[in-house]
Ligand binder design. Structure first.
Ligand SMILES: Cc1cc2nc3c(=O)[nH]c(=O)nc-3n(C[C@H](O)[C@H](O)[C@H](O)COP(=O)(O)O)c2cc1C
Length: 186
């Protein structure tokens, strides 16, 4: 099969005009998968998202530090997949992103324990109001249970619907000497 040395797929990703959210799939230590949407806050040498460190997605990558992201623009027939290793961001990087969030999202990060079962949404409302009162007139610091993760891709796939239904599907794989691309049957 023909493979070609290629440019970094993250540069290609930037040209594909994907939305700022994607489905994130993780698996626990038994290999049991789960998937959910996340906001991809920014893309540098990987895909960075933020969440509660007690959440299922965070617990999964703590024991099984690999994940997959799937982006799509369905009305343009486009999908981009990324698979790779996941690492927690440093405290300084998480602090920097937290500082850019609207105050309501900062208060929500303080108020919502994504692992907890709650009888009523009022529970979160009361915590939210309590934190809002506590932080009145001050900058809100990042809670230690909240922070970022970066998925560094080892493999990416770009899929584009074509008018003749012979879709384009191109895979990028990271090798010891850089990225290689291969065209796959659609
Ligand atoms: C469009 C969209 C974006 C979301 N973005 C995030 C996010 O950036 N971080 C997050 O923790 N949850 C986000 N959520 C909620 C998650 O999908 C999920 O319900 C929650 O994080 C709990 O997931 P978990 O128990 O599997 O960890 C988002 C949901 C939607 C629909």
């Amino acid at each position: 099969m023909r493979t070609e040395n290629a440019v970094d797929p993250l540069s290609e990703f930037a040209r594909w005009e994907m939305p700022g959210f994607a489905v994130l799939a993780t698996a626990d230590h038994h290999g049991r998968p789960s998937a959910r949407w996340v906001d991809v806050a920014y893309v540098d040498h990987g895909f960075v998202y933020f969440t509660n460190h007690a959440s299922r997605k965070a617990a999964d990558v703590a024991v099984n530090p690999v994940a997959a992201l799937c982006f799509a623009v369905l009305d343009r027939g486009r999908q981009v997949r990324a698979e790779g290793t996941v690492a927690r961001l440093g405290e300084v990087e998480s602090d920097a992103h937290f500082a850019t969030l609207p105050r309501t999202l900062q208060l929500l990060a303080w108020s919502s324990d994504q692992r907890a079962e709650i009888g009523d949404r009022q529970v979160v409302r009361e915590r939210f109001d309590g934190h809002r009162a506590r932080f009145t007139g001050q900058e809100i610091p990042r809670p230690l249970h909240w922070g970022g993760y970066r998925l560094t891709p080892q493999e990416m796939e770009f899929w584009q619907r074509r008018a003749d239904e012979i879709q384009d599907r191109v895979r990028y794989r990271r090798g010891p000497d850089g990225w290689h691309t291969t065209r796959l049957a659609p």
